[in-house]
Write a protein that binds this ligand. Structure first.
Ligand code: ATP
Ligand code: MG
Length: 337
């Protein structure tokens, strides 16, 4: 039995079949337009991941789908991304998928995702609230985890692996990027994709250029970092204020494990800013790789459940109920004689 830890996010899909090595690709699905000519008997094609990203940047008239928008799901593209991830991992049959959804996703959405995946991929599906993956990965069954993704920030409060409370806030990295993008557009005249923005912020000496009226214009890492830091600080403030409200009244034994995860926590200065903001609450921790920690955790959760399930099955094998009944019958027969 194969286990696949699958984290389909607004910006990136993360998938692993061993709990260590994680395949990461952009969560983009593009349905190509019907072509006038079909030289390879192909009229409509689906592009996914990196290939889709290239298409988006170089072709018009394409329908672009991201599976999650503002924490809500689009089922068809969700399925395409899951299929693509399984292909990349070379997993074909006899597997279970362990995955996560935003904390405040509706029961109906969860049921539909399970149904869609199970019926189309002939698999079993386990679903957890998103940040639980990181807590499991860090070996914590009690604590608070804040997952800053691209589309949402999700929070869970767990005690002994029991869900106490949580929230999904519609303020992820997207809100920070939107503000920064407007600034860059007004100052330099370049519109940036989220993927370009990430490179610009995380890679020193990185530059993005465009041709404008026969001239080259560009924006560099150094030129936007000052504006970035200013916007980032107020963005962190907004998020942490909401989280502090959620944590009102929560026991300090739970707060001992206060974790920040998700790609947003890996942006420059973000972890430090949150640490400062939460210094009167507790010491903030982070997983070694916040982008892939959830997917590894989903894998581990399924693995733990698989062992538990197998153990239970083995125990019932040892003392089969019918065996007990037969022994009791014999005893009764003896007594009757
Ligand atoms: N090295 C990096 N590579 C890619 N993204 C990075 C990197 N460092 C920081 N990031 C940030 O992480 C973000 C993606 O985070 P993550 O993968 O957790 O989001 P998601 O799971 O797709 O979104 P959500 O959980 O809201 O659905 C990127 O948009 C970027 O801002
Ligand atoms: Mg995520």
């Amino acid at each position: 039995m194969n286990i696949v830890g699958l984290d389909i996010g607004t910006n990136y899909t993360k998938a692993t079949k061993d709990g260590r090595n994680v395949t990461v690709f952009p969560s983009i699905v593009v349905y190509g337009d019907e072509k006038d000519w079909s030289l390879k008997e192909e009229t409509k094609k689906v592009y996914i991941g990196e290939e889709a990203l290239t298409i988006v940047q170089s072709l018009e008239n394409v329908e672009v789908l991201r599976p999650l928008h503002e924490g809500r799901l689009i089922h068809s593209s969700y399925l395409e991304l899951a299929r693509y991830a399984l292909n990349k991992l070379n997993v074909k049959e006899n597997f279970i998928i362990s995955t996560g959804l935003p904390v405040k996703s509706s029961k109906r959405e969860r049921e539909q995702i399970v149904k869609t995946l199970e019926s189309n991929l002939s698999t079993k599906v386990l679903i957890f609230p998103e940040p639980v993956g990181t807590l499991a990965y860090m070996g914590l069954n009690t604590g608070v985890c804040i997952d800053i993704g691209f589309g949402t920030t999700d929070v869970v409060v767990l005690s002994h692996m029991e869900y106490l409370k949580g929230d999904t806030m519609l303020i992820g990295v997207d809100k920070l990027y939107e503000n920064l993008e407007v600034l860059v557009r007004n100052k330099i005249g370049i519109s940036l994709t989220p993927e370009e923005m990430t490179k610009l912020l995380t890679i020193k000496d990185y530059e993005v250029g465009r041709v404008r009226s026969g001239r080259k214009i560009s924006v560099s890492h150094d030129s936007i970092m000052r504006d970035y830091h200013e916007l980032m600080k107020s963005w962190v403030d907004r998020i942490s204020n909401r989280i502090k409200m959620l944590l009102e009244g929560v026991s300090t034994t739970i707060i001992e494990n206060l974790v920040l995860t998700g790609g947003g926590s890996a942006l420059p200065g973000v972890f430090e800013e949150f640490t400062r903001s939460f210094e009167d609450v507790g010491r903030l921790k982070k997983p070694d790789n916040p982008i892939v920690a959830n997917s590894r955790g989903y894998y581990m959760l399924a693995k733990a459940l698989e062992d538990e399930l197998r153990e239970r099955l083995e125990k019932t094998e040892e003392v089969k109920p019918e065996k007990i009944e037969k022994v009791e019958e014999k005893e009764e027969e003896k007594r009757g004689k």
